[in-house]
Design a protein around this ligand. Structure first.
Ligand code: MRU
Length: 365
């Protein structure tokens, strides 16, 4: 997608042929700056500190983390050690493990002398595949937006509610949940997006609104508690979110607060869609609520907020009394029964074991 008229992906290799550039998402929307990763430790830091975030982009960054490690030491020990180190960076998004497994399987039986080149080639393929997969998810989900638009009897836009950021910044390009919104908008379908602010890290207010604004898509940031009210008043035609891990049975882990939106959607007859690539499906997990590890982050993300001051500076302030304790669960799980459909690069299915197995017979066990 474009920033100030220039096309960017969220991750790329530099002209030196080995160092890796990322957009520092912790600074958005106040500053657009890139960071150069020169080591696996730097890649791990980028994932942990959320300079990069979003399940597919976390996976892509980890893949390049393996490349950076092997440049220094192409041994099996380095490969396994870096795999383990990167795997610990964030617990919920399964694309991290998927990408690390893919890299290790691809490199394991190669001679050491070939490993670095093979690793960079594979990481680039993971990125290119992610772009194509997201494009296809976008096409498949845009069909649903077009159908809703066609049924409208007035001139109102298709009102879409989304939570967190599942746009191009969460992937290598296009995004998952936002890809169809860009495509529908580009095709001339009037769309309007309700953007959940997504406390505590504000991925909606800081990233989704930034992306949509840059692309000229009509949107409004809403406090996290507003969605239910809008749905009760007929102001949401559909919800669409991304996911960090979807089980073989169709339960969906996503940013904390997603479950409450799905409940409100269910109560109000609003369709609730989840857009995902196959790399987000964890075929080993049955019940998402009890089996998916939920990341718990530092309490300061809840007790503080960061924002821009009138002079353009960026400051972090306390919003709670000194010493107030806080709990910070980063994800929740929406049971399959609340999901209208899963939208993948292979098509749309009900959120069920059978539905996912029909789309991915070679992966479902
Ligand atoms: O903690 P984050 O910002 O990495 O979480 C990302 C999300 O939860 C997104 O909503 C997203 O849907 C998953 S990635 C497309």
């Amino acid at each position: 997608m474009k920033i100030h008229g220039k096309h960017y992906r969220t991750i790329w290799t530099n002209d030196d042929g080995w160092s890796v550039e990322i957009i520092d998402q912790t600074l958005l929307p106040h500053k657009f700056e890139t960071v150069t990763l020169r080591s696996a430790d730097a890649a791990a830091h980028a994932i942990r500190s959320m300079q990069v975030r979003g399940a597919p982009l976390i996976g892509a960054t980890a893949a390049y983390g393996i490349c950076l490690a092997l440049r220094n030491d192409p041994s099996d020990e380095a490969l396994d050690g870096t795999y383990e180190m990167l795997l610990q960076t964030r617990p919920t998004a399964i694309n991290l493990k998927w990408a690390l497994d893919d890299m290790r399987d691809h490199l394991r039986n190669r001679p050491h002398a070939e490993r670095v080149a093979a690793a960079y080639e594979r990481a680039a393929k993971i990125c290119d595949d992610d772009v194509e997969i997201c494009r296809r998810i976008g096409e498949n989900a845009a069909t649903i937006i077009k159908e809703i638009a066609a049924k409208k009897t007035d001139t109102s836009p298709v009102n879409i509610l989304t939570h967190c950021n599942a746009g191009w910044l969460a992937t290598v390009d296009w995004g998952t949940a936002l890809a169809p919104i860009y495509m529908a908008h580009d095709a001339g379908i009037p769309v309007h997006v309700w953007v959940d602010e997504t406390r505590p890290r504000n991925q909606g207010a800081s990233l989704t609104a930034y992306e949509l604004g840059a692309h000229g898509v009509s949107h409004a940031i809403i406090a996290d508690n507003v969605g239910g009210h809008l749905m009760q008043h007929g102001q949401v035609d559909m919800c669409i979110v991304g996911t960090d891990r979807t089980t073989a049975h169709g339960d969906v882990a996503n940013k904390i607060g997603t479950y409450l939106k799905a409940l409100a959607a269910h109560d109000n007859g609003v369709p609730f869609y989840v857009a995902l690539p196959h790399t987000t499906i964890d075929w080993t997990v049955g019940d998402g609520v009890t089996e998916i590890p939920i990341e718990e982050r530092g309490p300061e993300e809840v007790t503080q907020m960061t924002g821009r001051t009138p002079d353009g500076g960026v400051v972090t302030v306390d919003i709670a009394a000194p010493g107030s304790p806080a709990a910070n669960y980063a994800f929740d799980v929406t049971p399959a029964r609340l999901v209208t459909a899963l939208i993948t690069e292979r098509g749309v299915t009900d959120a069920s074991k059978e539905g996912l197995a029909r789309l991915y017979p070679e992966l479902a066990s």
